[in-house]
Write a protein that binds this ligand. Sequence first.
Ligand SMILES: [Zn+2]
Length: 203
Amino acid sequence: MAHPSLIACHECDLLQHPAPVPPRGAAKCARCNALLYRVPGERGIENAFAVLIAALILFVVANIYPILSMELQGQRVDATILGGVRELREGGMPAIAVIVFLTGFLFPLVNLLGMLAVLLPFVRRRRPRYLATLLRGVMMVRPWSMIEVFMLGVFVSMVKLAHLAHVVPGLAMVAFVLLIVLLASAATVIDPHYLWSRWETLE
Ligand SMILES: [Zn+2]
């Protein structure tokens, strides 16, 4: 695989010519041995595409089913993410409703669909004109799609609520945790460095 340009180490800033890396291999910094990038296996893109389809299904499950259920004084309340957004808005907290809507729903969805749209041309081996713009767009949205941070917030709330009510994690919680694992496994492929290197394989 050809890597014509220099790359900088994230840890020690050493500029170096990337060495050719075999599939499933990783390039490390010549000075500090930090990981520079990984190269997925031969069918890495196809596998990541399948993983992202599964992630999209999990995302739908995570938004249909309750993220947690609470029992308080004999009453049971099921909370979904979008239901929570509505409650926050009606409860006079529109700013928090917007943040929860963006970080828990819109950005992860845009991120997932964007990654699928970026990989589709590689799966079909066709290079559409919009591909470079799309890849830049996905890399911009990505830092805002922080499901891990969102889930941490949900866990903290659960612990705090546990003193007041009987709190049970819902199916959406399981779907979200699996979603985080799937996104992490697809992340190696959604790497601009790697995708640019695959550019010339497209027609
Ligand atoms: Zn280094």
